[in-house]
Design a protein around this ligand. Sequence first.
Ligand SMILES: N[C@@H](CCC(=O)N[C@@H](CS)C(=O)NCC(=O)O)C(=O)O
Length: 287
Amino acid sequence: MSDYTPPEIWKWEKESGGKFASTNRPIAGATHDKELPVGKHPLQLYSLATPNGVKVTVMLEELLALGHTGAEYDAYVINIGDGDQFGSGFVDINPNSKIPALMDHSTPTPTRVFESASILMYLAEKFGAFLPAEGAARTETLNWLFWQMGSAPYLGGGFGHFYAYAPMKIEYCIDRFAMETKRQLDVLDRQLADSEYIAGADYTIADMAIWPWYGVLTQGKLYDAGTFLQVEDYQNVRRWTEQIAARDAVKRGRIVNRIFGPEEEQLHERHDASDFDNRTQDKLSDG
Ligand SMILES: N[C@@H](CCC(=O)N[C@@H](CS)C(=O)NCC(=O)O)C(=O)O
């Protein structure tokens, strides 16, 4: 039980104490002036290899693997732990101050794209790939893409926050969001019982959106919660997770803008395909 009674008017008086507490604020907008770098390619990505960031780097690597050279990109780290998302240049691209954000310099005036699903749709439509052009298959892909956007905040902001990041363990919150997360895993498991990929027989942007959250959770690599949530029970999700993890573009995309984990899995900035061979942190620290 808690002895907290909400005051009549909420005030921002102290940090919550949780992870990211020092960067959380109740107001939007930039906190400091900072221009973003711009590289040589048409697409400029400002991101971090969190699940929302990985969706986009996987998509870009998949497009390049298909031969779409127009999908060449420069990827820069936005370190959300340091508050880079509140720099003026980033806020100009995403007024919501969250990664990922993309600038397309190939349009007559540069086009800003924010929200990971918007970025996936933008790229899918620009290159005519990973999203059926019309009909029921397109609708089903978008059904699952938007399912992900509505569901993952319960997994990340709900379960992940209270299980892994909150300064105290609150049973009510962990129970509520563990239940919802397991329900979501069961939704996916039932869908994947009859379907090779999330939206049908083809690999689409819906898989790219869902895998970095629910696939990685099922691998036991998100919030260290594999045992707690008994993820091995979701056999169809596990089958799909491993199938996607084995794709070369996914192996590349998941390490772009990654600033944590093993050094050979960290490619802080990506400017060229050769960076995967030459510029991961293990290679850079070898001198
Ligand atoms: N709905 C957004 C969510 C993006 C999001 O939550 N990004 C997180 C990292 S995964 C972030 O930038 N957090 C920084 C902050 O909240 O200040 C999307 O899908 O793009």
